[in-house]
Write a protein that binds this ligand. Structure first.
Ligand code: M6R
Length: 618
């Protein structure tokens, strides 16, 4: 949700910032802008509504001066529509200070009223502009940008990453953050700031995450971090584990195409090195999540949003079965308002690809404040959620750039399975032989997934192109197939803008079956008959029920499932696998279908309308 990049150093910052914005565009793409302190010491800005291409075009028409200090922003609108005027940066009245912002300043209305009463004329409808005016006024008092930040951040409520440059301080960018991400990139004679490391990873892999309520001042040869009161902070430097190439399209038509193809590796990398003698061992979860503590946990709550919440729903079945502990899944944004019962014997596990989703972060903070133990399942090194949790299990999916989550989803399920197996072992709920068999099944899943992706793609592409005019698609599943149905529907909504609903197949007869009419397309995720004949039989009955009402059934079923073949208008076969790895294989065809339907409709697969990759507002 809004991408931020800043640079100080000897290079031409405009090109460098535009390249950084290109890498961050997935965070928001309704408008973009840059501010440069040029070599003559003037502050200049360019900004445009629309995707980054519009700003690039503007820079061709009206080039901006060269200079070694600059910042850039790609926006996902909250306050004020996506117009040129509302695009960031926002300037102070005298035009000497430029600000970019990610987040929401919740008390902006009262701050704006105060400024208006004082004669300030606002030029945009954004909450951000109040920060520009407040910083300019504070700067006039102290003559120091960092000091001005200290003054102003104390007055802001809400979530913000705020960056500014001032014409009178060339070679300086100051940033502050609360509940919104900011990472420093450490270079040689140059330094960077970014919403995430993608902003600068092609220039340096040395990074420091700016902590909660901290201010950072970067110059070409120095980086200084302080808390909001001015106290010195030692940042923890880490090395970015992936290189710039991992976040490039590399010849694929879309990032999403690439990322679906990367799923087998994402899955394998998440499992890599986490077993000993065939058993899962998570040895570095920290003191608050020691084996002794986890053995005494009485309840687990999984908190997440969107796709990550469906990964949680899949894992709920497994963790409860293996660790014999009650598991609930809560949408992160509902969690705190429900005033959940929490204590130190409750383990709250958050699941987040970005590690910055504000709803999930707030849920984690709420859990901690009420004494619960917190574990993060996250794909982003150094992100806020793992840093604010007692422990972390990283998914090693590599950077996910397409807005629609794909490889992160399968690796989240895998990481949660690891947690479930770990808990099953230390709680004595799972015997070693069963544990080893489950691990074997998991380790075999990446190659089976590779085969599903390779074998089914062309067929699904044809299907999707036939269905380019479809207005409604339903998805059904039971047990771990149910969240897969939900995920299939979400993918279709977000990418192809088609009405899509996922249902537990058993729920259909309680109302939703009224939606089924002649020609209604229904995807059905069918469990293997080898694992539970009863479950399988129920799903086959559900298929009969919808076919009797005219549905067109697309079944995702185990190869050779004779009970389904006669009733499926289309069959997407899956290789034989265990019951817990079925969802990992079944989701890929649904992801491919959504991608190809969006393609067939000529839509932007990687950047669907109204969305952003990392949702850092509540
Ligand atoms: O970064 P997170 O995993 O916390 O993101 C959570 C959701 O916003 C995300 O999964 C979203 O639902 C995806 N766009 C779905 O494809």
């Amino acid at each position: 949700m809004c991408g931020i990049v800043a640079y100080v150093g000897p290079r031409d910052s405009a090109d460098l910032i535009m390249a950084g914005l290109k890498r961050l565009e997935y965070r928001g793409y309704d408008s973009a802008g840059i501010a440069i302190l040029d070599r003559e010491g003037r502050l200049d800005t360019r900004k445009r509504a629309g995707k980054l291409g519009a700003l690039a075009e503007e820079l061709v028409q009206h080039p901006i001066g060269d200079g070694g200090t600059g910042l850039g922003h790609t926006r996902w609108a909250t306050h004020g529509g996506p117009t040129d005027r509302n695009a960031h940066p926002h300037l102070s009245e005298d035009g000497r200070l430029a600000v970019i912002h990610n987040g929401i300043i919740e008390n902006f209305a009262e701050l704006k009223a105060e400024l208006v009463a004082d004669g300030v004329v606002f030029r945009s409808e954004t909450d951000t502009e109040v920060a520009a005016h407040l910083l300019a006024r504070a700067y006039r008092r102290s003559g120091d940008l960092t000091e001005a930040f200290r003054d102003v951040v104390r007055r802001l409520r809400g979530a913000f990453t705020l960056l500014a440059v001032h014409q009178d301080e060339p070679g300086v960018v100051v940033g502050a953050r609360r509940n919104s991400p900011l990472v420093i990139g450490l270079g040689e004679g140059e330094n960077f700031l970014g919403s995430d490391v993608a902003a600068f990873v092609e220039h340096t892999k040395r990074a420091v995450a700016v902590g909660q309520d901290e201010i950072v001042t970067i110059r070409p040869d120095s980086v200084e971090i302080t808390d909001f009161s001015g106290g010195h902070v030692d940042g923890d430097e880490y090395e970015v584990a992936w290189d710039a190439k991992a976040a490039e399209k590399g010849g694929w038509p879309w990032f999403m195409t690439k990322e679906i193809h990367e799923e087998p590796d994402a899955l394998a990398n998440t499992l890599l090195g986490r077993t000993r003698d065939g058993l899962v061992v998570l040895s570095d979860l920290g003191d608050r999540l020691s084996d002794e503590v986890l053995a005494g946990i009485e309840r687990i709550v999984l908190v997440a949003a969107g796709t990550a919440s469906y990964a949680a729903e899949v894992a709920r079945y497994a963790i409860e079965a293996w660790a014999r502990v009650p598991v609930a899944v809560e949408l992160a944004h509902e969690f705190q308002f429900r005033e959940p019962l929490l204590d130190e014997r409750t383990l709250v596990i958050s699941i987040s690809q970005s590690g910055e989703t504000m709803d999930t972060l707030v849920a984690v903070q709420h859990a901690r404040a009420h004494g619960a133990r917190t574990l993060s399942v996250c794909n982003t090194q150094g992100a806020t959620i793992p840093r604010e949790s007692d422990g972390v299990v990283y998914t090693h999916a590599g950077p996910e750039v397409a807005v629609a989550s794909t490889k992160a989803f399968v690796s989240q399920i895998a990481a949660l399975y690891l947690v479930g197996l770990h808990l099953g072992r230390i709680r004595g709920a799972l015997d070693d032989a069963t544990h080893r068999a489950l691990v074997d099944d998991l380790l075999a899943a990446p190659e089976k997934l590779r085969a599903v992706i390779q074998d089914s793609w062309t067929r699904i592409e044809t299907l999707a192109h036939w269905m380019a005019d479809t207005h409604s698609v339903l998805f059904l599943g039971r047990h771990v197939g149910f969240p897969i149905a939900l995920e299939g529907a979400l993918k279709l909504k977000e990418l192809a803008y088609i009405h899509a609903e996922g249902f537990a197949a058993g729920e259909l007869k309680h109302g939703p079956i009224a939606l089924v009419d002649h020609g209604q397309v229904v995807f059905v995720v069918v469990p293997s008959p080898r694992h539970s004949a009863a479950l399988h039989a129920k799903v086959v009955s559900n298929i009969q029920e919808i076919r009797a009402r005219g549905a067109r059934v697309i079944a995702i079923a185990e190869q050779g499932d004779a009970a389904v073949i006669p009733f499926a208008d289309e069959l997407i076969p899956l290789p034989l696998t265990g019951p817990w790895t079925e969802p990992l294989l079944a989701v890929a065809p649904l992801q491919i279908f959504a991608l190809e339907l969006a393609n067939a409709k000529g839509l932007d697969v990687d950047q669907p309308r109204n969305l952003a990759k990392s949702v850092t507002v509540e």
